[in-house]
Design a protein around this ligand. Structure first.
Ligand code: NAP
Length: 289
């Protein structure tokens, strides 16, 4: 008799809602004690429809959680120098506690230079080199939001990472690389795969934990998932399709994130939580709980 395994779903919507509710309580407490509520500055270059939607969504979530937002919309023709001047101004403004530069900013912008104009104590999206280094060294700082959300999901589902083999597919500076460093910090044995990896299937087959962060629909094959493995799909492709072949993978995995409703909502939750952390730090409001 054959039995079909069905993985437990990792509910990012539910966990994100709990984090946002706790964040809203902390934002209200900061407003009460400091006389000023947390403020996130959002900076958008140009009018790419996806970026406009992302920023609008982030600001709406801020408003719901009692976090103010200040929006700076710059024309697509803005220069790197003008963009860094705007970011430096926000970095120096005591009424702004966190800064989010929506990216990509366009091919003519030196994004690295722009990110580095964000003061580390306001880098709530975890995009600066200093934030990456602090995270890698295990020092205080803000983590890149999607990797931070993935780690919170793993924690919420009591995934023991010590000694487990984690395979991260993708090595971008905002997702693959930082999530690999965070997994390493939790004592996983980490392998990074990328576009030049010779045999992706072989690496995935050896994984106790798979993190897919590529942007290619269903690149990770269900047949390659080790029975009982934890599968985190950070991919988000048109049509609500992830980077993992979900239907096939769920018959082998132990735990799996759905798309949507897995990693996606966690990213914004971590952004809000880190904005409130930054405000608390800058306004001198320690945690009471
Ligand atoms: P990215 O900067 O384009 O990086 C993609 C990575 O995938 C690169 O490291 C690339 O390798 C690798 N790759 C490409 N083709 C591959 C292949 N055939 N086999 C193995 N690796 C391959 O993308 P990203 O910004 O990290 O985003 C990745 C995905 O996550 C996208 O679907 C994006 O929409 C999603 N995402 C979701 C959230 C969220 O909030 N849920 C946030 C950010 C991103 P090379 O380095 O060799 O080029």
């Amino acid at each position: 008799m054959s039995t079909t395994r069905t993985a437990q779903l990792m509910d990012g919507n539910g966990l994100a809602a709990r984090i946002v509710a706790e964040t809203a309580d902390r934002a209200a407490e900061i407003a009460r004690r400091a006389g000023s509520s947390p403020c996130l500055a959002t900076v958008l270059v140009g009018d790419d429809p996806a970026s406009v939607t992302y920023v609008r969504m982030k600001r709406a979530r801020c408003a719901k959680a009692g976090i103010r937002s200040r929006h700076i919309a710059l024309p697509a023709t803005v220069t790197t120098a003008e963009l860094t001047t705007a970011l430096t101004g926000l970095s120096e403004d005591p009424d702004v506690h966190g800064i989010l530069l929506q990216h990509p900013c366009g091919p003519h912008i030196d994004e690295r230079a722009a990110f580095e104009a964000i003061a580390p104590e306001k880098d709530v999206d975890g995009v600066t080199m200093r934030s990456f280094a602090a995270m890698s060294f295990g020092l205080p700082g803000y983590v890149s939001c999607t990797p931070g959300g993935i780690m919170r999901l793993l924690e919420a589902y009591d995934v023991d990472l010590a000694g487990r083999h984690a395979v991260v597919v993708g090595r971008s500076p905002i997702l693959g690389k930082p999530v690999g460093m965070l997994l390493l910090a939790r004592d996983a044995t980490v392998t990074f795969c990328h576009s030049r990896t010779a045999d992706l299937s072989a690496s995935v087959r050896a994984a106790d934990v798979v993190v897919a962060a590529v942007g290619r629909p269903r690149l990770v094959r269900g047949d390659d998932i080790k029975p009982g493995a934890v599968v985190i799909d950070a991919g988000y492709n048109p049509g609500n399709v992830g980077d993992v072949d979900f239907e096939a993978a769920r018959t082998r995995a132990g735990l799996i994130t759905p798309v949507p409703g897995g990693v996606g909502p966690m990213t914004i939750a971590v952004l809000l939580a880190q904005t409130v952390d930054a405000a608390a730090e800058q306004l001198g409001v320690p945690r009471t709980a």
